[in-house]
Ligand binder design. Structure first.
Ligand code: RTP
Ligand code: MG
Length: 138
């Protein structure tokens, strides 16, 4: 079987706070490989496709606005069980309760914000990874 791949996004808060290098460092230190990387200014239509599962939820509009607020770094990452493994490195969605030692637990912020600014996105299944990689790496 081909090695598993996932889509990681460094969200606008991560890029603005100069945490891209730290996030790449953690991915590489874990032993995963960087296959492709690009700096992206996404448009609404890309984000609508990326977040189609969340359309209609209360956090959807603020989430899309947040994702439009600055540059995003999109990374194709490969490795054994990397989908699950990167989500473990990222930590749980809410940065306040994400475990220390995870990216979100160590650096994420949510206080006083309309949406959790949790620094990274990671695909949550092989189907999502294939779909999302085809959106961000055409
Ligand atoms: P991601 O998709 O970004 O890897 O994060 P996730 O699976 O942990 O979280 P998900 O449920 O897919 O939500 C996507 C993103 O929406 C924002 N969010 N804010 N109640 C809230 O304020 C809320 N819920 C979700 C976060 O940025 C989350 O990562
Ligand atoms: Mg998700």
């Amino acid at each position: 079987m081909a090695v598993e791949e996932t889509l990681v996004l460094v969200k606008p808060d991560g890029v603005a706070r100069n945490l891209t290098g730290e996030i790449l460092r953690r991915i590489e230190a874990k032993g995963y490989s960087l296959v492709d990387i690009r700096l992206v200014q996404p448009d609404r239509s890309l984000l609508a496709k990326h977040y189609e599962e969340h359309e209609g939820k209360p956090f959807y509009e603020p989430l899309v606005e947040f994702m439009l607020s600055g540059s995003i770094v999109a990374i194709r990452v490969a490795g054994d069980r990397v989908i699950e493994g990167f989500r473990s490195l990222a930590g749980t969605t809410d940065p306040t309760t994400a475990a220390p030692g995870t990216i979100r637990g160590d650096f994420g912020r949510d206080w006083g914000l309309k949406v959790q600014q949790n620094l990274v996105h990671g695909s949550d299944s092989p189907e999502s990874a294939a779909r999302e990689l085809s959106l961000w790496f055409k």
